[in-house]
Unconditional design. Structure first.
Length: 228
């Protein structure tokens, strides 16, 4: 089904969808998770939202997740539910239905979570989100060989570019200007000890009188677990 077909489907059938799934009560376009003691659709949907939080261990004292993406967010019900419970985490929702983005943003304002919830009109198979982040999977702490290949299509004065590496938001290196960058592709690699949930990202800055982030492209970024 094409994007336009999806949008048309929701527009034509929205009153029926709202009625069948009680969207006006849950703000969600999905079925629920029934557990012991949960007998209504509304409670099961809210329980499903909570179950997502439990899967991500957002309640854990050792939680290091600060960003969550809902790819196919509908009108934002799950994000808004979690954003209210976890105000220190930034939630992002994407959908290919324009009216859903508008509804989700309005609901975020009504529920006073617009500061930590964001909604965009995007195809989850072709997002423009940066791929410059590597996150340690659950149960996979250890020493990692990390690597990335970057391409810069807009930069010209490469002697003034500086690479900054961040771990959980804290900078690991000094970001000094590096002359090793080139326009076609620059590969970097290093070894880092990472705990479960740790994330690493890389950023390129122009160091001639400014700290403007200018990275404009990336080929890949990832890592291999060396030891446990």
């Amino acid at each position: 089904m094409k994007k336009k077909d999806f949008s048309d489907f929701y527009q034509k059938n929205w009153p029926l969808i709202v009625k069948l799934l009680k969207v006006d009560k849950t703000h969600c376009i999905h079925h629920g998770f029934y557990e012991k003691g949960i007998h209504s659709h509304i409670k099961s949907v809210l329980n499903m939202n909570d179950f997502v939080g439990r899967l991500l261990k957002l309640d854990s004292k050792n939680n290091k997740i600060n960003q969550v993406l809902d790819a196919g967010c509908g009108i934002g019900g799950t994000i808004i539910h979690l954003a209210k419970k976890y105000p220190k985490i930034n939630f992002f929702g994407i959908t290919i239905v324009p009216t859903h983005v508008e509804i989700a943003r309005n609901l975020a304002k009504e529920n006073q979570v617009e500061n930590n919830s964001n909604f965009f009109l995007k195809d989850f198979t072709k997002t423009s989100f940066s791929s410059n982040q590597f996150t340690v999977p659950s149960g996979s702490a250890g020493k990692y060989f990390l690597f990335a290949q970057l391409a810069f299509t807009t930069a010209t004065d490469f002697d003034f570019l500086g690479l900054k590496i961040f771990k959980n938001g804290s900078q690991l290196n000094d970001g000094s200007p590096t002359a090793n960058f080139n326009q076609s592709a620059t590969q970097i690699e290093w070894i880092e000890t990472l705990a479960e949930g740790d994330y690493v990202d890389i950023r390129i800055y122009h160091n001639r009188g400014s700290s403007i982030d200018i990275y404009s492209g990336r080929t890949w970024f990832g890592g291999y677990l060396l030891t446990t």
